[in-house]
Design a protein around this ligand. Structure first.
Ligand code: SAH
Length: 383
């Protein structure tokens, strides 16, 4: 079997250079050696641990509150049935399982839902099947397959895994940073010739940045945002995107590789480390809004979870399991503290235009506090 590195070398022999996005796409989702195709990368640090940990794996509170957000949006939309509930990149299925458990008692909600998971990885689909055994699920290969009709959509740390292109400002204009075959057939970065065709791809706020500035652009993220914007402009619904990155376009590079919770060289041993880049929320919002939907936010994750009632939920869980109180408090802090995930991580909502989201806004995006979200099931205790 050809290794991913050999496959990339062969492509480079034929094509001369690959964009950073081509490389990132192959390294993450190549059917044989792609990072996500091989197994389950999640988990805490430690001998048996994974490479990184995400919010739903830190605490059940995260998925529960996102479930509340979905149920609240569904109620405001007038309880459409059927209604697709779609998650992009569900990982282990933990967020969806927590969201569904927390909303069991919202009358009619689960009966209305048609659950779809967009997932490339067969190994992770299997994990999701285990987490969500009690529910009927349809898996999709890509967001373009999302069925027509009323839509609720969630995506946590999905957009940061989509391939980014990198451009550098030079004296002769923007040049793309590419991957080539270097000495000893090793993969190496190089700069392609500057081209006037690159300039319109750069966010307007950064187009005249000084020489040496590096900017990342994520065409796949912009395409999905435009698709959702187009869909939500015509059909009722709400989408919640949670990820890490700045509120307005900022120079990079932010592309990083993580293996066993440590930084790893991006071009070393492709397929063996997770690759992510900051999400450009302003460009996502703009791509979606130009297609006709409304964009709300982004708001920092800490503020969003605060507005949805994470304090109250942490207190309920701690009262039900006093011995876990300290761990529950630590998880709440990790998710919400601006110095931890609460500030760099942000939430962006995309909704259909007009009522109920204009005037008004989805829960967590309005000032000062959401209208009473539906109650959590009293029996959804520590999992
Ligand atoms: N949302 C989860 C997992 C985040 S990791 C959590 O918060 O824990 C990224 C997820 O997106 C994984 O499930 C990965 O397999 C999936 N993924 C990555 N690239 C994808 C692509 N191009 N299409 C569909 N799914 C993708």
């Amino acid at each position: 079997m050809v290794s991913l590195l050999d496959h990339l070398r062969r492509r480079l022999e034929r094509e001369g250079m690959l964009s950073v996005a081509d490389y990132m796409g192959e390294a993450l989702t190549h059917p044989v050696g792609g990072y996500y195709m091989r197994g389950d990368p999640f988990g805490a640090p430690g001998p048996a641990g994974g490479d990184f940990i995400t919010a739903p794996e830190i605490s059940q509170m995260f998925g529960e509150l996102i479930g509340v957000w979905c149920a609240d949006s569904w109620l405001r939309l007038g309880q459409p049935a059927p209604c697709a509930l779609v998650e992009l990149g569900p990982g282990r299925g933990t967020l969806m399982a927590d969201a569904l458990r927390a909303t069991r008692q919202v009358p009619g909600f689960h009966d209305a839902l048609d659950i779809h998971l967009v997932e490339v990885s067969p190994a992770l689909r299997e994990r999701q099947r285990e987490s969500l055994g009690a529910h009927e699920i349809t898996w999709l290969d890509n967001a373009g397959q999302i069925p027509e009709g009323p839509l609720l959509l969630i995506a946590n740390e999905f957009f940061d895994a989509l391939p980014v292109r990198q451009f550098e400002q030079t004296a002769e204009g923007w040049a793309e940073r590419v991957v080539v075959l270097g000495p000893d057939d090793a993969l190496a970065f190089a700069l392609a010739a500057p081209s006037a065709a690159n300039r319109p791809l750069i966010p307007a706020a950064l187009r005249d940045a000084p020489e040496g500035t590096l900017v990342e652009v994520c065409p796949a993220a912009l395409n999905i945002a435009a698709f959702l914007g187009h869909r939500l402009a015509r059909q009722p619904g709400a989408a919640l995107i949670v990820d890490y990155g700045p509120a307005s376009p900022a120079p990079g590079p932010t592309l990083q590789a993580l293996r066993h919770h440590r930084h790893h060289e991006v071009l070393d041993a492709p397929g063996s480390a997770d690759l992510t880049a900051h999400v450009d929320f302003a460009s996502l919002a703009q791509a979606a809004a130009s297609a006709g939907c409304l964009a709300h936010g982004p708001v920092p994750q800490g503020d969003f979870l605060g507005a949805l009632g994470i304090e109250l939920r942490a207190a309920q869980l701690a009262a039900a399991a006093p011995r876990a109180a300290e761990a529950i408090g630590a998880a709440r802090k990790r998710l919400t503290d601006p110095a931890e995930m609460g500030g760099l991580f942000k939430t962006l909502a995309l909704t259909s235009p007009g009522p109920p989201f204009d005037p008004g806004a989805p829960a967590g995006f309005e000032a000062p506090a959401p209208q009473s979200p539906p109650p959590l099931s009293p029996d959804s205790q520590d999992r």
